[in-house]
Every structure is written in structure tokens, then in C-alpha cells.
Write a protein that binds this ligand. Structure first.
Ligand code: ADP
Length: 485
């Protein structure tokens, strides 16, 4: 899983849960409100019925007083009570009447109207007859009974509504608790997923890096968690493996350099032993080859140490180019002349153009490259033969090619010749070396804006060609160029 996917999935699931919880709570609150409003209306209706009953009592009492005393204030009070009764009847009619209590309300209204009509008739005939009083009492009882039935219906409905409110409240509470639990579970699941895919692999990676930093070079990071972390772990492990391989190679190189230095040093020691001050000097014809041998072995040691020092310099970016314009023919000639006395088994040839070949370069470094190519040509053609150095102009480029008729290099090894510490199995057996000369030569050529190419065939020989720009062109491939002359 990718980090982006985890972030999107976590955010989306938490947002969905929050939305679900909020909707559940809103729904619960809305139904609760609806039920409470219903209960509130029913309470108002109960109150209206009770008000109706109270004013009917008042009407009855004032009617009786008016009949007994014939005083106008009682008649007024009775009329006021009648108005109130009608007002409360109107109030009850306005309230939403359910199918259940519609009958009870209609019955109550009819009975109340009858009661009022009967009382109006009784009032007109003052004093009232016993029969009229009895009829009026019957109407009154019936009206009270109808109002009581209406009241009972309303109370019953209010009771039912209260039950509903209780149920909705319980349901709403349960829903809230469930929503909170689901939200909590969702959050925990998201945190667990984040910890599984991100946090724990990150800690494991960090622990591996710490272990590696503390010196345990076999520490490797586990491949787990998000794709990005897995990629980092893979990259870290590859880097650790590459460093281990490099370390192994470096130790091998050190051992092989020590071993290779032993031979020239042993030869030097033996020769120098014969020249000890307490011994007579050998005759000149013996002395000269001995001195030549000393020079050759010292040069071998010097070459190996120079290669190793160059690596350190180039790696540290400390190799400086001190450029000047030199004739490429001169550089080639100097190198050939340097090797000619020692390479007695080889025919060193030079092929130079007639015209000067001006080249802006660091002559010491270019000579180092040519030294390396010529030394290799001699070294890897142990049977002797021609070693040809040819300078030419090819368009805007200047080329210096070094050819030999030596052991050659297998095609599959040619691409790796310029790698650090690489020695071709076929030619590496022929002579000792470190595998750094060509690597340094390529870096120097690149620092001049050039390159080295190789063509070779096993058993037939090789040609290494240094290509350099005819016009000044420098790059900084790990090399500084502080000065131009
Ligand atoms: P070294 O010569 O010290 O091993 P170099 O970097 O100069 O290191 O060369 C790298 C490898 O390239 C050599 O070990 C050898 O196998 C191969 N090589 C270089 N020059 C030649 C050559 N002229 N003929 C055959 N093999 C060569």
C-alpha cells in the first residue's frame, strides 16, 4: 500500500464514520423533538378540556345564582363563562384532532351546545319549573360525562405519546452509544493500520540504521509496511550490501597490493644485499643490470602507490587541473621515450602528424593517463611485440591511441575495464596490478571533457584511444579546475 492510499483511506473512513455518527444523532434528535412536540400539544389539549370543564362549572354555578337571585351580575358572569366555554371549544377544534379523539370531541361539543341551549331556555322562564330543572340537570350530567370522556381520551393519548418519547429517548441514547463505539472502533482500526503499515516498519528501519551506524555491518532492514518504506528498506539493504562488497573488495585489494609489493621489494632487497658496504662492488657489467633492476622494481612500487593515492585524491575531489596549451605530439613522445629503455622486448613506435597539435590540458595528468596506457600495453603483452602510440586530429577532437599485440581482453570484460578494482580474468593473470589505473585515467579524461575507448580481441591485442577536445572544454567530474594559464 502507498502512503497516499493509507492517508486517503484513513481520512475517508474516519470522515464516513463521523458523518454516520452525526447523521444518527441528528435523526435521533429530530424524532425526539417530534415526539416531544406531540406530547406538548396533547398536554395543551388536556388543559383546554380542563378549562372547558372549569368554565362549565362556573357557568352552572352562575346560572343557579342568577335563577335564585335574579341579579344581573350573576347573569353577566354566566355569559362570560359561556364565552369562555366557546373559546376553549374553538381552541380544541384548532388542535390537530386524531381519528381516535375526533368522536369524543364531536360528542363533547354537541353535549356542551345542548347544555348551553337548555340553560338558555331555563333562564328565559323565570322562575324555572321543576321539570325544566330536571331536564337541565340531565343535560348537565351528559355534558360533563362527554367532557370527561374527551379528557380521558386526551389523557390516554398523552400517556401513549409519553411512552413514545421514552422509547425514542432510549433508542436515541442507544444509537448515540453505538455511534460513539463505532467511531472509537473505527479510530482504533485506523490507528492499528497506521501502526502496522507505517509506525512499526519505520521503527524497524530506524533500528536497522542505528545498528548499522553502531558498527554491525550485517544489519539489514525488514521489508514491510508501506511501499515507500519497503523501497527505502530495499535501497538501504542494497546500499549496505554494496558497501559490504566494496569493503570486502578493498580488503582483498589491500591484501593483493601487500602481496604484489612484496615481490619487487624482495627483489630490491636481494639486489641491495649484494651492494652492502661491507662487500666489494661487483664489476660494472654486473652492476648496471642490477641498478636497472632496482630502477624497474622501484618504478613498479611507485606505480602501485600512485594508483592508490590517485583514488584517494579523485574520491576526495582534491585532484586539481593546472591547464596549459601543449603540443600533444610532445606529450606522446615524452612518454614513449620514458618507456623505451626498459621495454627491451617491445618495439615502441610513434606515429605523429607533421603539424603541431595544440592541446589545452593538465600535462602531468595527461602524461599519467598515457603512462598508464603504455605501461599496460607493455605489461599485458608479455611476449613482446609492437606497441604503437599514434596522435591524430579527428574533427574537433584530438586522439592519442595506444595499441599492442598482447593478450587482449574478452568482449564481456571490455565494458567493465574502467570500474574501480576491476581486473579482467584473462589479462589479470599475466601481470600484477590493482585495477585502479584505468579508473583514474577515465576520471582524468572526463575532467578534460574527453573519454577513453577500447577495442580489443583476445589473443590479438588491444587499442586504448584517449579522445580529448581540440578546443578548451572542461567539466568538473569530481575534479576542481582552479587555475587556467
Ligand atoms: P592494473 O593494470 O593495475 O590491473 P588498470 O586499471 O590499469 O589496472 O587495468 C585494469 C585491467 O584492464 C587490467 O587488470 C587488465 O585486466 C586490463 N587491461 C588494461 N590494459 C590492458 C591491455 N593493454 N591489454 C589487456 N588487458 C588490459
Amino acid at each position: 500500500m502507498k502512503l497516499k492510499t493509507l492517508a486517503a483511506a484513513s481520512t475517508a473512513s474516519l470522515a464516513a464514520l463521523a458523518l454516520l455518527t452525526a447523521s444518527g444523532m441528528t435523526l435521533g434528535t429530530a424524532s425526539m423533538r417530534r415526539e416531544v412536540m406531540c406530547l406538548f400539544n396533547l398536554v395543551r389539549e388536556v388543559r383546554s378540556v380542563m378549562e372547558l370543564e372549569v368554565h362549565m362549572l362556573s357557568h352552572e354555578r352562575e346560572s343557579a345564582r342568577a335563577a335564585l337571585t335574579q341579579r344581573p351580575e350573576h347573569a353577566h358572569a354566566r355569559e362570560a363563562a359561556e364565552r369562555e366555554m366557546r373559546r376553549w371549544i374553538e381552541e380544541l377544534r384548532e388542535n390537530p384532532v386524531t381519528a381516535d379523539n375526533a368522536d369524543a370531541f364531536n360528542a363533547a361539543e354537541i353535549e356542551v351546545e345542548r347544555y348551553l341551549a337548555t340553560h338558555a331556555r331555563v333562564d328565559e322562564r323565570a322562575p324555572p319549573s321543576t321539570a325544566a330543572l330536571a331536564a337541565s340537570a340531565r343535560e348537565t350530567d351528559r355534558a360533563y360525562a362527554a367532557i370527561e370522556r374527551l379528557l380521558a381520551t386526551k389523557l390516554e393519548e398523552a400517556q401513549v405519546a409519553r411512552g413514545r418519547v421514552d422509547r425514542v429517548s432510549t433508542l436515541s441514547n442507544a444509537m448515540s452509544v453505538a455511534a460513539v463505539l463505532v467511531l472509537l472502533a473505527g479510530t482504533l482500526a485506523t490507528l492499528w493500520q497506521i501502526s502496522r503499515c507505517l509506525y512499526r516498519p519505520l521503527l524497524a528501519l530506524r533500528a536497522a540504521i542505528d545498528r548499522y551506524g553502531a558498527g554491525s555491518h550485517d544489519a539489514r532492514a525488514p521489508h514491510g509496511g508501506l511501499d515507500e518504506l519497503r523501497e527505502i528498506a530495499v535501497a538501504f539493504n542494497e546500499m549496505a550490501a554494496a558497501l559490504a562488497e566494496q569493503r570486502r573488495k578493498q580488503l582483498g585489494i589491500l591484501a593483493s597490493v601487500a602481496h604484489d609489493l612484496r615481490n619487487p621489494l624482495a627483489a630490491l632487497k636481494l639486489t641491495v644485499d649484494r651492494l652492502r658496504p661491507d662487500r666489494p662492488l661487483p664489476p660494472e657489467e654486473q652492476l648496471r643490470p642490477m641498478l636497472a633492476r632496482i630502477g624497474k622494481e622501484a618504478a613498479r612500487c611507485d606505480r602501485m602507490l600512485t594508483d592508490l593515492m590517485d583514488v584517494a585524491r579523485i574520491e576526495g575531489g582534491e585532484l586539481e587541473l593546472r591547464t596549459e596549451v601543449r603540443d600533444a605530439r610532445e606529450l606522446a613522445r615524452e612518454v614513449v621515450e620514458l618507456y623505451r629503455p626498459a621495454a627491451t622486448a617491445h618495439e615502441l613506435g610513434l606515429s605523429l602528424p607533421e603539424e603541431p597539435v595544440p592541446l589545452r590540458c593538465d600535462p602531468i595528468r595527461i602524461e599519467q593517463v598515457l603512462n598508464n596506457l603504455v605501461a599496460n600495453a607493455i605489461k599485458y603483452s608479455p611476449g613482446g611485440g609492437a606497441v604503437q602510440v599514434a596522435v591524430a586530429r579527428e574533427g574537433a577532437e584530438i586522439t592519442i591511441a595506444v595499441s599492442d599485440r598482447g593478450v587482449g581482453i574478452a568482449r564481456e570484460d571490455q565494458g567493465r575495464l574502467f570500474e574501480r578494482y576491476f581486473r579482467a580474468p584473462s589479462s589479470g593473470r599475466v601481470a600484477s596490478g590493482v585495477g585502479l589505473g584505468l579508473w583514474a585515467a577515465r576520471r582524468i579524461a572526463e575532467a578534460h571533457g574527453g573519454r577513453i575507448e577500447v577495442t580489443s580481441a583476445p589473443g590479438e591485442g588491444s587499442t586504448f584511444t584517449l579522445h580529448l577536445p581540440g578546443q578548451r572544454r572542461e567539466t568538473n567530474a569530481g575534479v576542481r579546475s582552479p587555475e587556467e594559464s
